[in-house]
Design a protein around this ligand. Structure first.
Ligand SMILES: [Zn+2]
Length: 292
C-alpha cells in the first residue's frame, strides 16, 4: 500500500495524464539532479512513446541543448530512422537507431521527457523535439539548460569517450572494492564520481552511506572489506528499490534519509538533528551519531 509522504515530494511521478492529445511525465519543479533510477524511468518512458516510430523532423528550440554536436549531425543520424532500443548507462539515456548510432540524453538539472500530439502542449521549457511519422512528438524539457542532447556512433564509444566507470547496477563487487581501495578521497565524493562508478549522485550516495552507517567524509580506502561489501549491497538494493517505484520517493520507507532531507529534520533512526556539509561540491545530509 502506498504511504503518503508529508515531508518530501518526489521529483518524479511516473504517472501519465492521458487524454486524447497529451501524455505527460509529471514532475515537481524543484531543483534536483536525475540519478540512475530517475533516468531508468525516463528510459521506460522513451520506450513507450518513442521506439519504433520513424523520425520525420527534429526541432531545436534552444541550440545550447545540443552544444558541441550541431543540428546537421543530429539530422544525419536520426532523420528517417527509427529508435529500436533505449538503454541507460549511469545517468545517460542512449536511444539507438536501427543503424546503431545513439541519440544521447543527459538530463542535467530538472530535465525530463514529455510525449504529446501537438507542440502547443509541450511545456514552456521544451528545448528539443522529435517529430514522429504517427504525428506524435517527444519533447526534452530542460528549464535550466544543464542537460544535453548529443549523438554518438555506439553506446560503447560514448562510454569510452566520456570515460565513464562501470554502471552502478552492473558493477561487480571486485570492481567496486578496487575503486574504493584506490581512492583516498571522501567516500561520498568517490561514489558520485562518474569516472569511477556511473549513476550515483547526491541523493543516493547520501542514502547508501546513511543506511550503512558510514560518514560521508570517511576516506574510501580506509573502509574494511565487510563495510565495502555492505555498502556495495546497499547501493544496489536502494537503486533497485527506487527503480521499482519509478523513483517516487514517497513509495520508499519513511525512515529512508531521502524522505527526511531538510534542514530541520532529525535522523529517522536516532532522533538526532541531521547535519549538512559540502562534500564533493554537493550538500551532504548525514547523522553524526549514526555515521562514523
Ligand atoms: Zn542517527
Amino acid at each position: 500500500m502506498r504511504r503518503p509522504c508529508t515531508r518530501f515530494i518526489s521529483p518524479v511521478f511516473f504517472s501519465f495524464i492521458q487524454d486524447e492529445t497529451v501524455s505527460l511525465l509529471r514532475l515537481v519543479l524543484e531543483v534536483y539532479m536525475p540519478e540512475l533510477p530517475e533516468v531508468e524511468t525516463f528510459r521506460s518512458y522513451f520506450k513507450q512513446f518513442a521506439l519504433n516510430r520513424v523520425v520525420v523532423a527534429i526541432s531545436i528550440q534552444d541550440e545550447r541543448i545540443i552544444a558541441g554536436t550541431g543540428t546537421e549531425k543530429i539530422w544525419k543520424y536520426c532523420m528517417n530512422r527509427q529508435f529500436v532500443e533505449a538503454e541507460r548507462y549511469g545517468k545517460y539515456l542512449l536511444a539507438e537507431t536501427e543503424e546503431g548510432a545513439c541519440l544521447v540524453f543527459h538530463f542535467g538539472m530538472t530535465g525530463y521527457l514529455v510525449s504529446a500530439i501537438h507542440q502547443a502542449h509541450l511545456p514552456v521549457h521544451t528545448r528539443f523535439v522529435i517529430h514522429f511519422h504517427d504525428n506524435t512528438l517527444l519533447g526534452f524539457v530542460n528549464q535550466r539548460l544543464f542537460g544535453r542532447v548529443t549523438i554518438c556512433a555506439s553506446p560503447s564509444e560514448f562510454i569510452q569517450v566520456k570515460k565513464l566507470g562501470p554502471d552502478a547496477m552492473a558493477v561487480s563487487i571486485d570492481e567496486f572494492a578496487t575503486v574504493l581501495k584506490s581512492s583516498s578521497g571522501a567516500i561520498k565524493t568517490v561514489l558520485m564520481d562518474q569516472h569511477r562508478i556511473a549513476g550515483i549522485g547526491n541523493l543516493y550516495s547520501d542514502e547508501a552511506l546513511f543506511q550503512t552507517g558510514i560518514h560521508p567524509s570517511a576516506r574510501a580506502d580506509t573502509l574494511d572489506s565487510s563495510k565495502v561489501a555492505f555498502l556495495y549491497d546497499t547501493v544496489r538494493r536502494i537503486l533497485g528499490e527506487s527503480i521499482a517505484c519509478n523513483a517516487d520517493f514517497s513509495a520508499l520507507p519513511a525512515d529512508y534519509l531521502v524522505n527526511n532531507r531538510n534542514r530541520n529534520a532529525v535522523c529517522p533512526r536516532c532522533g538526532t538533528r541531521l547535519c549538512t556539509d559540502k562534500i564533493g561540491g554537493r550538500t551532504a545530509y548525514f547523522c553524526a551519531k549514526c555515521q562514523s
